[in-house]
Design a binder for this molecule. Structure first.
Ligand SMILES: NC(=O)C1=CN([C@@H]2O[C@H](COP(=O)(O)OP(=O)(O)OC[C@H]3O[C@@H](n4cnc5c(N)ncnc54)[C@H](O)[C@@H]3O)[C@@H](O)[C@H]2O)C=CC1
Ligand SMILES: O=C([O-])CC(=O)C(=O)O
Length: 271
């Protein structure tokens, strides 16, 4: 990209904990990128929440494609198809944070293929997806992940509701789920996108094993990953500081910003 090339126009679908943090960073200025539109339900509320230095369009999330080259999806998971489909049909790129929803809507990958679009799954609140995708080029034997959050981080999760788990009664670290990443995606749609992202980087959602602990002794969201591959053994842990949304680690938005920066940068580090 020459220095004179037009900036890549970025749209953000969802103006919550992640969307606001990404928007602020873009508004502060990132070379080669320009925030042009926000996909929101209530434009007046969004306007009141933040004043941008540069003008930004406030539009329904499913029309962002008219204003942008790249759309960042950071809205409730159920909205993924309506946000993603127009972007992919236009052959554009979509950076996805609600990666868990890709499992129920994997037809979106066919839409991307058919129209020359691209779905980019952000590393998000996780780490090491570069090394996991590298290992997946060889032979991975096993991937296990253990996630721990303060109990309040699981409030409202369908699995918790269905199993009548009283989060307030949990006084010591408690294993609340053990199973595959695929089952976790439906049981914890707002909590375990990371497990699905890991599974898509590695050996798939049915082979990736996951334990979830509700832990009142911690204040961070902790994800520990063990990968046993023929070419390497990976042992990784991330301890995330929760954002204004206690389910979401603060690093998640920064991961999206880093991914966006790489779209326009002359030097790109990491796969
Ligand atoms: N991949 C990863 O590592 C992670 C992914 N996530 C996922 O990212 C997504 C966003 O997370 P947060 O920002 O923490 O959630 P949030 O709840 O703070 O923000 C979502 C925003 O979307 C807005 N919204 C609702 N309906 C809308 C509509 N029809 N059109 C436009 N906007 C609408 C809400 O008003 C809210 O402001 C969630 O699906 C979450 O599960 C969260 C953390 C880590
Ligand atoms: O922020 C985290 O620790 C992970 C998270 O919520 C998710 O994967 O949805």
């Amino acid at each position: 990209m020459s220095q004179q090339a037009s900036p890549i126009r970025i749209g953000i679908a969802g103006f919550g904990a992640i969307g606001k943090a990404i928007a602020r960073r873009l508004d502060d200025g990132i070379p080669g990128l320009k925030l042009t539109a926000l996909g929101v339900r209530d434009a007046d509320k969004a306007r009141a929440a933040y004043t941008f230095k540069e003008p930004v369009a406030y539009v329904p999330a499913d029309t962002l494609v008219e204003h942008c080259d790249v759309v960042v999806e950071c809205a409730p998971a159920a909205l993924l198809p309506e946000i993603a489909t127009p972007v992919l049909k236009a052959g554009k790129r979509l950076l996805v944070l609600s990666s868990g929803a890709l499992l129920q809507h994997n037809g979106l990958i066919d839409v991307a293929r058919a129209h020359g679009g691209q779905i980019i799954v952000a590393t998000g609140a996780l780490l090491g997806l570069d090394a996991v995708t590298a290992a997946a080029e060889g032979t991975i034997k096993e991937i296990r992940m253990v996630s721990r959050k303060p109990p309040i981080g699981f409030a409202g999760a369908p699995y918790v509701v269905r199993n009548n788990i009283d989060l307030h009664a949990i006084k010591e670290p408690t294993l609340i789920y053990s199973g595959t990443a695929r089952e976790a995606a439906t049981g914890f749609p707002a909590n375990l996108n990371v497990a699905v992202s890991l599974s898509l980087a590695g050996i798939g959602p049915d082979q990736t094993r996951l334990e979830i602990w509700a832990d009142p002794t911690i204040s961070r969201n902790i994800h520990r990953i063990e990968v046993d591959a023929e070419e390497a053994r990976l042992s990784m842990e991330i301890q995330n500081v929760p954002s204004e949304n206690p389910k979401t680690g603060r690093i998640t938005a920064l991961s999206a910003v880093a991914a966006l920066r790489k779209l326009a940068a002359p030097l790109r580090v990491g796969t």
